[in-house]
Design a protein around this ligand. Structure first.
Ligand SMILES: Nc1nc2c(ncn2[C@@H]2O[C@H](COP(=O)(O)OP(=O)(O)OP(=O)(O)O)[C@@H](O)[C@H]2O)c(=O)[nH]1
Ligand SMILES: [Mg+2]
Length: 437
């Protein structure tokens, strides 16, 4: 598998920056780098060169490196130039490259796509790489590092191999079933092994919820009657004036969402309109939105300053009750609230943040467990599990049909890693990458 086009892209992100890395891949890489830099250093060694345009115009001085295929990220001839990260510097170099014969700008994810096509990584590792680049929290980074490191590839390949072996045994059993020296118990042995694998797959699928939450974030919704101190709490946790705060009840009309990194977990915190009965049409819409958000939440914070009533909402999410403004209205005696806070003197805020991150951790923590990270994985795992279930329901003398179901099951796993038949999913997977990866 070789590409005719040589592709290039700015791989180091937004400009201006201290250094900009422009990456190339394809058969014309070496010639393009020579045209820019004159002589090239030995493979995989950086060297300082003056880069010039074909007419001899000075472009920049920078580092040049070549990675001849197949020992490169894409498996093709690759190279990089590291130049000063000024917009005009990079624009001049990209312009020089685009004018060269056989070179064109890379599409999103095209370097990784080529790496996949050259067998450098499977689809789950490629998806893990995309996640690693997108990772904003420590939890996301850990999950992405595991996936890009190949934990899913290892698991799915192992299951697939076992299924292919089991099927081969069944088919051999069929072929030799007339001969007395082959015991006829292969089909009987297959049953327990299939059902053990089915259990493993089901357990593995159940980890998707946590992975989804790590990627999408944990949704915390602040609710309370008007003036309870909801927007003040949102601002305090966001560390900025994200929402308007006044002493007029009914200030917040819309849902205001901020995304925070709480203890390494991505948390979406939503401030909502104060819940009360109102004749005002705009306020009614705001209250309806607040109720809707409560229904989609993973955790509710129910606020009251001691005078405002506790909000009543319908939601399956667990709730934490929070007494606000304890600087102005200290609590007397025992408390019916889980937490007591003041945004004025900061009391109780740390404990509340700790509780939110602890709850987020409970739903998101996957530990060392490998979990599916895409709906695509879950769909194909379910297809695999479905085939195994059908195989288990067959009679022991229906060996041929069992073998056929095992083939379906193995194929589904092969589609996850890209070992078989994936042309149709490649575009949707790689188009979500950034340019230059
Ligand atoms: N002393 C004191 N005042 C607070 C505290 N938190 C909020 N307030 C005040 O309470 C009033 C209402 O605060 P908001 O944060 O706007 O209340 P809200 O729940 O968002 O109100 P609505 O948007 O109207 O539903 C403002 O005057 C705040 O300054 C606090 O911890 N201590
Ligand atoms: Mg408000």
């Amino acid at each position: 598998m070789t590409s005719r086009d040589t592709i290039f892209a700015l791989s180091s992100g937004s400009l201006p920056s201290g250094v900009a890395v422009i990456r190339l891949s394809g058969p014309g890489t070496e010639a393009a780098l020579k045209a820019l830099a004159g002589s090239l250093p030995p493979p995989r060694q950086l060297a300082l060169r003056t880069l010039t345009a074909p007419d001899g115009d000075f472009l920049d001085r920078g580092l040049v490196v070549c990675f001849p295929g197949p020992l490169s990220f894409t498996g093709e001839d690759c190279g990089e130039v590291h130049v000063h990260g000024g917009r005009a510097v990079v624009a001049a170099i990209l312009k020089t490259l685009v004018d060269m014969h056989g070179l064109r700008p890379a599409e999103a994810g095209e370097f990784t796509r080529r790496a996949f096509l050259h067998g450098k990584l499977d689809l789950t590792r490629a998806e893990g790489l995309a996640d690693l680049i997108e990772a904003e929290t420590e939890t996301e980074r850990r999950l992405a590092a595991a996936t890009s490191g190949g934990v899913l590839e290892g698991l799915y390949s192992q299951w697939r191999r076992q299924l292919i072996e089991a099927r081969a045994m069944l088919e051999a059993d069929l072929d030799f079933s007339d001969e007395s020296d082959v015991p006829g118990s292969v089909a009987d042995q297959a049953g327990p092994r299939i059902s053990a694998m089915l259990q493993d797959i089901r357990r593995h699928i159940s980890g998707f919820r946590a992975a989804e939450m790590i990627r999408d974030g944990y949704r915390v919704v602040i609710l309370g009657a008007p003036n309870a101190g909801k927007s003040s709490l949102l601002n305090k946790l966001a560390g900025r004036e994200a929402a308007i705060v006044t002493d007029i009840p009914g200030t917040t009309r819309d849902v205001i969402q901020v995304t925070l990194d709480l203890g390494g977990y991505r948390v979406h915190l939503s401030d909502t309109a104060g819940i009360r009965h109102s004749e005002d049409a705009v306020e009614q819409l705001g209250v309806a939105k607040a109720r809707e958000r409560a229904g989609q939440a993973d955790l509710l914070l129910l606020l009251s300053d001691g005078l405002t009533p506790m909000p009543e909402v319908t939601s399956a999410a667990p709730a934490i009750s929070v007494r606000t403004k304890i600087d102005a209205r200290p609590q007397i005696g025992g408390s019916a609230f889980d937490h007591a806070i003041s945004v004025v003197n900061g009391r109780g805020i740390e404990a509340l943040v700790e509780e939110i991150s602890k709850r987020a951790a409970l739903t998101m923590d996957v530990g060392d467990r490998a979990v599916p990270t895409r709906q695509r994985h879950v769909d194909l795992l379910n297809r695999c599990a479905g085939a195994l279930e059908r195989a288990l329901r067959l009679e022991s003398d229906q060996t041929e049909l069992v073998a056929e179901e095992l083939r379906h099951a193995a194929d589904a796993l092969g589609r996850i890693t890209g070992a078989i038949d994936v042309e149709d999913v490649l575009s949707s997977i790689f188009s979500s990458f950034c340019i230059g990866k």
